[in-house]
Write a protein that binds this ligand. Sequence first.
Ligand SMILES: [Fe+2]
Length: 139
Amino acid sequence: MNQESLIDWNERFLTGIPSIDAQHRALVNIINTLQVALSFGDARPILGGLFSHLQEYIESHFAYEANLLQNNAYPQTAEHLAEHYRFTAGVAALIEQYHQDPSVELAQKTKAHLLDWLVNHVLESDFAYAPFLKSCGVA
Ligand SMILES: [Fe+2]
């Protein structure tokens, strides 16, 4: 297995809000689980379980973030939640494809979707709200 392709959890992922960081770490674990399966050549056997885990994750993590943003009146709440909605729709489309044709390509597309989310949402949009929430006393 190519260890280099696994995401190494480190401080560059930390927003400084421990509950959020623990939840983001769970997402990195999901991505790494998929990567391990892909590196063995066929991720299809784990895809069903991965998608249900991912759906549970999305539901609880996004509800948690939405609550924090709304309760603290974060000015970019609407835009932030719109990103959550687009990501969720993308996952729903992948799950739909999984039910029609659980291919190796689908597993790769799923990994790409999750990695894009990690880089463009977690490290950008989530990092953007962190200083605001901390200034509101969220710890
Ligand atoms: Fe977010």
